[in-house]
Design a protein around this ligand. Structure first.
Ligand SMILES: [Zn+2]
Ligand SMILES: [Zn+2]
Length: 415
């Protein structure tokens, strides 16, 4: 053994000894962790800080909790922003304070959200705890308050973390009718929800007031099965009723949810194309996010917005130009004129040595069928067809989980 080898061996023994010594107090201290219990017993009034990171250091870091880093390339001149435009708080029937919605969205890497508390249904304020109101009377009458609280939090978070771009908060609300039609509509980019609440007996008046304020109107969860609270009958088809035709004709429908919470309405992708409506995938979240989708779950529904820049004005401009697609449950859906450029920006197709190779520059998965072959292209992954000797299949690739209509996958020609 060389001298160097000997010193390494000695060092190894020293490390082992140190490790044994470190274990010793734990083995000996039967009456409390790390001797704190002794101090507390001597002086019952003493306080101390428990260092949780130390206490749980024995657990191997098998599952590292990370902020989902969703990668999306820009589509041409446009930025692809990630948003959720249907969110509830304690100011209607949600279960969290508006500030938490800001933290949740930031941890999920979203660029923009809308706080959309119900106007007509605010059980936590009106009927939550009789005799124990959550707010002063004058505050509970202010329908703008949940948005204002969220906006303040987003600004504070930006200030606290330098160089961080601010989470954009859209001033929104949910027009909530107990019958379908019309069901529920989000009014996004409103100026003053109180003025819409003032005419809540007539939904035509509510739409008109929202439009006077320049709002974008979104038909929420068209296939929501809940006949007692304003949804459709269980098992009933998702239909564009006569009333919805009238709403659309009067210019009170700009967008529509193809995905809400955990529900997908396949027919909506067709409606978006036929009527030039913006497609949305929103959470409509009421619970804390971790209870709804798991801890910092990147699978939360996301609406992708093709915006000229990351500002509220640019998002609004993109909405009215209908430049959105939904992304949820590992599917993309919306109008073909936006789904196709997104695919082109995300996936590069290369011909290499007699086979096709797909390079995914995004976090969106794609299941691609070519001839008899299926290529599963994961987030930020590269995958190819068959063996190198196989001939490049001619014709068209079908992207099965990118939908441009009801049961209509995106077709990509291969030159
Ligand atoms: Zn709703
Ligand atoms: Zn809702």
């Amino acid at each position: 053994m060389t001298l160097q080898g000997e010193s390494i061996k000695q060092a190894g023994i020293l490390i082992l000894a140190a490790a044994l010594l470190a274990m010793a107090p734990r083995v000996l201290a039967h009456d409390g962790p790390h001797g704190h219990a002794h101090a507390a017993a001597e002086d019952p009034d003493i306080s101390y800080t428990v260092h949780l990171s130390k206490e749980i250091s024995d657990i191997p870091p098998k599952r590292v909790i990370t902020v989902p880093n969703v990668t999306l390339p820009d589509a041409g001149e446009l930025r692809v922003l990630k948003g959720d435009f249907h969110i509830h708080t304690l100011f209607s029937d949600g279960w969290v304070w508006p500030t938490e919605r800001v933290h949740e969205a930031e941890e999920n890497g979203l660029d923009v959200i809308a706080i959309t508390d119900h106007i007509e249904y605010r059980p936590r304020l009106n009927r939550g705890n009789p005799g124990e109101p959550m707010l002063r009377q004058k505050d509970s009458e202010n329908y703008n308050l949940s948005v204002e609280i969220a906006q303040k939090q987003a600004a504070a978070n930006k200030k606290a973390a330098k160089n961080k771009s601010e989470l954009l908060i859209i001033h929104g609300t949910e027009i909530t009718k107990k019958t379908m039609p019309p069901g529920h509509f989000n009014a996004l980019f409103v100026q003053d929800v109180n003025k819409i609440a003032a005419v809540q007996d007539d939904y035509w008046e509510m739409f008109a007031e929202a439009k006077r304020q320049g709002a974008f109107l979104l038909w929420n969860h068209p296939g929501w099965e809940a006949p007692k609270s304003g949804g459709i009958k269980k098992g009933a088809p998702t239909t564009f009723t006569e009333i919805h035709e009238e709403i659309y004709r009067r210019g009170y429908m700009d967008g529509i949810e193809a995905f809400n919470g955990k529900q997908f309405y396949p027919v909506v992708a067709k409606w978006c194309s036929d009527r030039n409506l913006a497609a949305f995938a929103n959470s409509d979240i009421h619970l804390p996010e971790s209870r709804n989708y798991g801890l910092r779950n990147p699978r939360r529904p996301v609406t992708l917005v093709f915006a000229k820049e990351k500002t509220l004005d640019a998002v609004k401009e993109a909405f009215f130009a209908k430049r959105t697609v939904g992304w949820a449950a590992e599917m993309i859906f919306g109008q073909e004129r936006f789904v196709r450029p997104l695919f082109d920006a995300c996936v590069e197709i290369k011909k290499e040595g007699g086979r096709l190779t797909f390079v995914n520059r995004s976090s969106i998965p794609a299941t691609i069928k070519i001839g008899g072959e299926t290529v599963k292209l994961g987030p930020l992954a590269t995958a190819g067809t068959g063996s190198p000797s196989a001939a490049v299949p001619a014709g068209i690739a079908t992207v099965e989980n990118w939908l441009v209509g009801k049961g209509k996958p995106l077709l990509v020609p291969l030159e």
